[in-house]
Design a protein around this ligand. Structure first.
Ligand code: COA
Length: 117
């Protein structure tokens, strides 16, 4: 399995796209955007593992890689959004087990994990 990180830089926002590659297939991916003042507000998007590869720890590895990337960008925390329309209920509990706390709720649940050393 190979890991690659693609970065893009825009005037108001940077992005890191993290992919896990098995042979010629992308089997897991997520994206971290760096927003706000000085691009220090990390937000995790589109975390997904290909169906055949789930329950083998790749999701947790992706989360770790995203958090490491946010640490490299000197962000104090990383946010994500969970929505019942987009993800199953157990995923919310999984994020909680991985250290994310509910920050706010509107039509989506916004979660935050403190990553300061
Ligand atoms: C969420 C997702 C990324 C997890 O990836 P993964 O590689 O299967 O994750 P891991 O193997 O690292 O961990 C899975 C954990 O969820 C648990 N789990 C898996 N399927 C489950 C289910 N149907 N019900 C309850 N728990 C479940 C596993 O037991 C494991 O628990 P643990 O952390 O206590 O060991 C993957 O399921 C996925 O791509 N889902 C569709 C996209 C999605 O919903 N993304 C999140 C958007 S907010």
């Amino acid at each position: 399995m190979e890991t690659k990180v693609f970065t893009t830089h825009w005037p108001d926002c940077d992005h890191s796209t993290i992919v896990y590659i098995d042979g010629d297939q992308i089997v897991a991916t997520c994206m971290v955007s760096y927003e706000g003042k000085n691009k220090k507000e990390a937000v995790l998007w589109n975390l997904q593992v290909k169906k055949d590869y789930r329950n083998g720890g790749l999701g947790k590895l992706l989360l770790k890689a995203a958090i490491y990337d946010a640490v490299l960008h000197k962000c104090p925390s990383i946010d994500l959004e969970w929505s019942a329309h987009e993800a199953e209920g157990w995923v919310l509990d999984w994020y909680k087990r991985e250290g994310f706390k509910v920050d706010s709720c509107y039509n989506k649940v916004r979660m935050k994990k403190d990553i300061k050393k």
